[in-house]
Ligand binder design. Structure first.
Ligand SMILES: CC(C)(COP(=O)(O)OP(=O)(O)OC[C@H]1O[C@@H](n2cnc3c(N)ncnc32)[C@H](O)[C@@H]1OP(=O)(O)O)[C@@H](O)C(=O)NCCC(=O)NCCS
Length: 240
């Protein structure tokens, strides 16, 4: 059985976690993968955000992150991202190892545009944990969550063209290279090309191995993300 679009009742379930004023009252669910727990951001994560994202090797590839990153700014960023979820504007997860859920290694986010049923994927990880496949594992879990539980039809990402590691992450996720926005972003005193990647719900459904327990309603309980089968991996389109 393939994963299907969330039913009307599933989407209604997401909406039902709202206060009379319209804000969501429940926290986003934890997403559990083979090695990671993706959990809701906490104000106490601000120091790790400032240190990790503010590292010049990380900030160099993030459009609006300064290096060094003042902790007060990181606190405001975290508070703002927590609010996203409660107002239906998206979700930002703290990436943590399963055995150390209090230690933030990075973040993965979906900025949601509800009317268009699309969201922009964003992520970073602290430099000491690069190269272990953790960004791919975390981003895959969030893409699955977006399609399975947020009713999205399209998830996309925008990457500085010289960011080889991130381009490779998106290839590994099976996202499609949709082209280059030339000289699109000003950073570090020059204009950069930006590569656009996208994945549609139908493409994801065809590639994704079904979960034994597909998510139908939001829950505080952990959500396990399926590990892709070799067959699913070979079916992925390489976008170079
Ligand atoms: C992009 C980023 C999240 C990747 O994290 P990661 O955990 O190292 O990613 P993964 O290990 O899952 O995958 C990276 C892949 O890119 C490859 N890679 C790394 N550097 C590369 C380079 N210079 N050229 C080509 N491939 C490269 C890795 O070998 C790996 O591929 P593999 O699994 O086939 O060996 C991390 O580098 C980062 O935080 N960068 C700064 C912030 C950023 O760029 N965010 C994304 C903005 S769009």
């Amino acid at each position: 059985m393939r994963p299907t679009a969330p039913s009307a009742s599933a989407i209604a379930g997401l909406v039902s976690g709202r206060s009379p004023g319209g804000a969501r009252t429940q926290a986003p669910p934890d997403l559990v993968t083979e090695r990671l727990v993706l959990r809701e951001l906490r104000v106490s994560d601000a120091a790790a955000v400032a240190a990790g994202a503010g590292d010049r090797r990380v900030a160099a590839y993030l459009i609006q992150v300064p290096s060094p990153y003042p902790i007060a700014l990181a606190r405001r960023w975290v508070a703002h991202r927590i609010e996203w979820w409660h107002h239906g504007r998206g979700v930002t997860f703290a990436v943590t190892l399963s055995h150390e859920p209090d230690v933030l290694l990075g973040t993965v986010s979906l900025r949601r545009y509800a009317r268009d049923r699309r969201a922009e994927l964003g992520y970073w990880l602290a430099q000491p944990v690069w190269g272990r496949g953790l960004a791919t594992e975390a981003a895959r879990a969030v893409v699955d969550f977006g399609f399975r539980s947020l009713g999205l039809v399209r998830i996309y990402a925008q990457v500085l063209a010289d960011n080889r590691a991130s381009l490779h992450v998106l290839d590994k996720l099976g996202m499609v290279n949709e082209g280059v926005k030339r000289q699109h972003v000003h950073k570090a005193r020059r204009l950069h090309d930006v590569v656009l990647y996208g994945l549609l719900r139908d493409e994801w459904s065809r590639r994704c191995r079904p979960s034994a327990n597909p998510i139908t309603t939001p829950t505080a309980a952990p959500i396990r993300t399926p590990v892709p089968s070799p067959a699913a991996a070979t079916g992925r389109r390489s976008t170079g």
